[in-house]
Design a binder for this molecule. Structure first.
Ligand SMILES: NC(=O)c1ccc[n+]([C@@H]2O[C@H](COP(=O)([O-])OP(=O)(O)OC[C@H]3O[C@@H](n4cnc5c(N)ncnc54)[C@H](OP(=O)(O)O)[C@@H]3O)[C@@H](O)[C@H]2O)c1
Length: 329
């Protein structure tokens, strides 16, 4: 095998970002799409020029025509379909948030281990050069002793008909976009927090539409994060150390204009310095990483242990918000 035949498990909106990344990759091809209805699958396959359309997720997973699946289902279905796909011999790239409980995460990891298939969380910005370079700056010591990370991901949801507002489906802004600041803090600070405090504002459907969190890390640093469904689009992040700080204008890389994406070093003394970060298509890295893991046996760049810690931290933040007190992880 020298290339991977991908199947899209659903006709989700987000697919339109992965499709060009698969097509642009040297070792992947888009072979199939599955939907709960034949009509939707056929329409989608036609619109996106995809060779095979399956009228059920089961049918695509049973097919020998695909090697790997991209799971872009509502959050509460990630675990079930990931496990089913792995047991039917498929490699899986599963959207964030990976799953909604640690029991689900552990069952997914166990299924990957049992079947010997590759499983990874689709956290695209973690693969982007900007994120990797920021991590290198922190670990090189140029920022000195790191004391804080602050990160925000807000957007104003356009329609109230959205899977993200359903409390039974893993709705809520922390699960949806708060996971980005949570994962960035974990990456920059070298691991998950030891304590977490969360505060949330619930919307009419009962999910958090605003969330603020603070996390304490073993090395002494503190992270503060914010997520929202109600505020205008705004993302920012900074990592602050004794020798200076690195600030991101687009930490999660979402932007139509690459000139808006800047990583800036503010030293203890002197003028700010722009840190050069190569341009790369946002979804290219996670696809290439899956190909390397499947075809070359390379370990996935984002390990399942890190993914488990993302979920563990989010659960602690939610529990803290519910109990209105700081909780250990
Ligand atoms: N990494 C990123 O940049 C990024 C960005 C956006 C979203 N995401 C993640 O991707 C996932 C999908 O988000 P999305 O906004 O693309 O979702 P969406 O457009 O609402 O699509 C979800 C799909 O799931 C399928 N589905 C199965 N059961 C369903 C049910 N009971 N109700 C509704 N849909 C159901 C549907 O496909 P069929 O009708 O074809 O079966 C539907 O098209 C989420 O986990 C989200 O967190 C990631």
């Amino acid at each position: 095998m020298n290339h991977i035949r991908w199947g899209l498990l659903s006709t989700a909106n987000i697919n339109r970002r992965l499709i060009p990344a698969i097509r642009a990759s040297a070792r992947g091809e888009l072979a199939a799409v599955a939907s709960r209805s034949q009509a939707a699958a056929a329409l989608y396959a036609d619109a996106w020029d995809i060779p095979l359309a399956f009228d059920s997720y089961e049918a695509m997973l049973a097919s020998d025509a695909i090697d790997a699946v991209y799971i872009s289902l509502p959050n509460h279905l990630h675990a079930e379909w990931t496990i089913r796909a792995l047991h039917l011999g498929k490699h899986v790239l599963c959207e964030k948030p990976f799953a909604l409980t640690l029991a689900e995460v552990d069952a997914m990891i166990a299924a990957a281990a049992q079947t010997g298939r590759v499983l990874a969380e689709a956290f695209m910005y973690r693969h982007h050069p900007q994120t990797k370079i920021a991590g290198e700056w922190v670990r090189s010591g140029r920022l000195g002793e790191i004391t804080a990370v602050r990160a925000v991901f807000n957007y104003a949801m356009a329609s109230r008909q959205n899977i993200r507002l359903n409390p039974d489906w893993g709705g809520g802004c922390l699960w949806d976009v708060g996971v980005y600041p949570v994962s960035l803090a974990q990456f920059l600070l070298g691991g998950p927090p030891v304590q977490a405090a969360g505060a949330q504002i619930l919307g009419p459907s009962g999910v958090d539409e605003d969330f603020l969190g603070q996390m304490w890390y073993a090395g002494g640093a503190i992270a503060q994060i914010q997520a929202s469904f109600r505020c205008p689009f705004y993302t920012t992040a900074e990592v602050i150390g004794s020798e200076g700080r690195l600030s991101f204008t687009r930490p999660f890389v979402f932007t139509l204009d690459p000139a808006e994406r800047r990583l800036i070093f503010h030293p203890r003394e002197g003028d700010p310095i722009e840190v050069a970060t190569p341009e790369e298509e946002l979804y290219a890295g996670e696809v290439a990483d899956m190909h390397a893991a499947i075809l070359d046996g390379a370990p996935p760049y984002l390990s399942l242990a890190e993914t488990r810690d993302h979920v563990r931290t989010v659960l602690a933040l939610y529990e803290s918000a519910r109990q209105n007190r700081i909780l250990p992880l």
